[in-house]
Every structure is written in C-alpha cells, then in structure tokens.
Design a binder for this molecule. Structure first.
Ligand code: ADP
Ligand code: MG
Length: 343
C-alpha cells in the first residue's frame, strides 16, 4: 500500500501557520500589513486578553469584493503579485498569500468588508477548518474588519507556548509601534480590554513626525536625536539617530526600514555599529529610527516567510553608504575634542 499521501488543506495550512503565526503579535503584524497594503489611512485595533481571546482590526482601505472573500482566505491566493516578474520589484508588504489562510486554520476568523461600491458589505467566516468560507451580507462602511478569536484553540501544543496576557500584549504593542514608525501618514488607535492605550494621529510635517517618534520611542530619544537626510545616487537614508550620549544597555531602540519594511539585517547592524564604533563605549548600543530607500529591484525581500530579512543585490555599496552617511552625521555633532582624540 502506498505510504505517501497529500496533506489535507487544513493540515497544510496549520503547518504553514507555524512559520508566520507564532503568537498574537504575529497575527497583528500580518493583518495590519494587509490593511496598509489596501491603502488604509486609519487603523483601529482592539485587543482582548493579550490577543489570545480577541484581536479585531478595522481599516478604511479598499476592501475586498464579495467573490474575492473566500479566495482571500485560501492559501497561495493574493491580489499583490500575478507572475514571477512582479516579485522582482514587490512594493507591497504582503505577497505570499498565506497569512489569512494560516490564521484561519488556527483560530476563529471573520472578515467583513465593503469596497464602497455597494451600500452593504459582506462577511466571511472560517473556523479552523478547510477554508470553505461562507459569505453572508453584513453592514460595514468602506474598508475591512478582520476579527481573530481564540487563537490556537485547535492546536493546544502551540497554545501552551503563549506567555502571560501582558507579555503577549507588549509584543503586539511593539509590532504596532514598528508599523506606526513606518507609516506616519496613517493614524493608529490601539485599545486593550476596552482601554485606550495609544491614539496616534496621522503626521505629515517633520514636526508632526517627530512628535510621533517621541510618542513611540519616548521623548528622551527625540530630545537626544539628530535628523538626517542623505541621498547618493539611487540610495536615500533619512530618519533620526541618537547622539552617542544617549546610548542604551540593550539594542532595544533600533528601528530600521528598507523601502518601508521593518527589517533586522546583519549587514545593516554591522554598518551602523561601525559608524558608532569610536563614539560609543564598549557594550553600549546606539538608538535610531532609520529609513533606507532604494530601487526595489535591487533588494530581495523574499528571503524568509516573516520577511524580516532582506538581501541586497549590491550589499557592499549599501554597507558603505550606510557607514559613511552615519559616520558623517555623527562626526558633525561630536564635540571637537572627541573628534581630535578619535582621529
Ligand atoms: P497577501 O497579503 O500575501 O496577499 P494574505 O493572506 O495576507 O496574503 O491576504 C490575502 C488577500 O486578501 C490579499 O492579497 C488581499 O487581496 C486581501 N486582503 C486581506 N486583507 C485585506 C484588507 N484589510 N483590505 C483589503 N484586502 C485585503
Ligand atoms: Mg498579507
């Protein structure tokens, strides 16, 4: 008898969920990224019990059409890329078409949406089963609401790994902060157990942006940071770097974005570290909020399912640009005596 069998779609999704849905915070990241990809300018996030009981995200983006709703919940279904070439220069945060399918396989998921073309909206529910989402009419203004209840209710082994509600909520908050720093033009509202935790209005001018950075990273960071904005050829680096005097004992205030996507990258870390090398004491960590912009065709984001890592086509050039830009910015603010002793 044959021993090899195809996995059921549900089991395949649950296995895939292992890669992208680690905890409530990873659900929030995926769902909010979808809202941003849909062109939303306002995001309302409601969390109950650290996200373990409920996560609800409401956006005012383009919405999902009735016929697309069941597809949105299926694996490998996406509206963001259609062919391999598109992957070469992907401009959206998502493109794998896996998040909603994965989430729906390990929770009770409801998606309600209205594209604004009809007066009413539509609602699809999938509950830890094989994506045969049922679609029914529902009242909803233009945009989408994604509701995730009882995460890991059907995968007890994963549920066991969840930490306290407070810890899970803190991670959700961290992910929302990361996104709030990537999209100043979007307003973010976060509530936990009915209490307003954050309410950040859209920021357009540099002054408003700096206010948001202060809200997200703490006022002390902003008071000790310098604004930079450097362009060389196709590369642009802007943002805020803290003075060496505002160093940290942990690498906990380091936000780096590549074309709007938060990343953690060895090459980037190395370049920043080198730039701070002679102005920071050993064991101290720099604080920064930095945005690198470059031609999307010269960076590969399809390295890892969570997309935290990227691969630069010309990594030497990027490293060099980061190092020089930061080194120069820091040299300008360093007191003269420090400069002389370092040279
Ligand atoms: P991906 O983001 O990789 O395409 P997802 O599983 O996260 O895959 O989402 C599947 C599809 O559902 C998206 O391509 C998009 O068309 C649609 N979608 C999901 N969330 C939203 C939303 N908030 N607004 C509009 N469309 C959405
Ligand atoms: Mg997505």
């Amino acid at each position: 008898m044959s021993k090899i069998k195809l996995l059921s779609p549900r089991l395949a999704n649950q296995i895939a969920a292992g890669e992208v849905v680690e905890r409530p915070a990873s659900v929030i990241k995926e769902v909010l990224e979808n809202s941003l990809d849909a062109g939303s300018t306002r995001l309302d996030v409601d969390i109950e019990n650290g996200g373990i009981k409920l996560m609800r995200v409401r956006d005012n983006g383009g919405g999902i059409e009735k016929d697309d709703l069941p597809l949105a919940l299926s694996r490998h279904a996406t509206s963001k890329i259609y062919q391999l070439d598109d992957l070469e220069a992907v401009a959206t945060l998502g493109f794998r078409g896996e998040a909603l399918a994965s989430i729906s396989s390990v929770s009770r998921l409801t998606v309600t949406s209205n594209t604004g073309e009809e007066s009413n909206g539509w609602c699809a529910t999938a509950e830890g089963r094989d994506m045969q989402a049922e679609v029914a009419p529902a009242a909803h203004p233009q945009g989408t609401t994604v509701e995730v209840r009882d995460l890991f209710f059907n995968t007890p082994a994963r549920r066991k790994f969840l930490r306290t509600e407070k810890t899970e909520f803190n991670r959700i908050e961290d992910n929302i902060k990361k996104l709030a720093l990537s999209r100043f033009d979007v307003s973010f509202n976060l509530r936990h157990n009915g209490r307003v935790i954050h309410s950040w209005r859209a920021a357009h001018s540099q002054v408003e942006q700096e206010r948001r950075v202060a809200q997200v990273c703490g006022p002390a960071f902003m008071e000790n940071a310098v604004h930079i904005d450097i362009e060389r050829g196709d590369l642009k680096l802007w943002g805020w770097v803290a003075l060496p005097t505002f160093s940290r004992s942990q690498a906990d205030l380091q936000h780096f974005y590549v074309n709007g996507r938060a990343i953690k990258d060895r090459l980037v870390t190395h370049a920043v570290r080198q730039a701070y090398q002679d102005v920071l004491f050993h064991g101290r960590h720099p604080a920064f909020v930095l945005y690198l912009e470059l031609n999307p065709a010269t960076v590969d984001v399809n390295v890892h399912p969570t997309k935290h890592e990227v691969r630069f086509r010309d990594s030497r050039m990027v490293h060099d640009f980061l190092f020089r830009s930061l080194h120069h910015a820091l040299a300008e603010v360093r007191p003269k005596d420090q400069l002389q002793s370092a040279s």
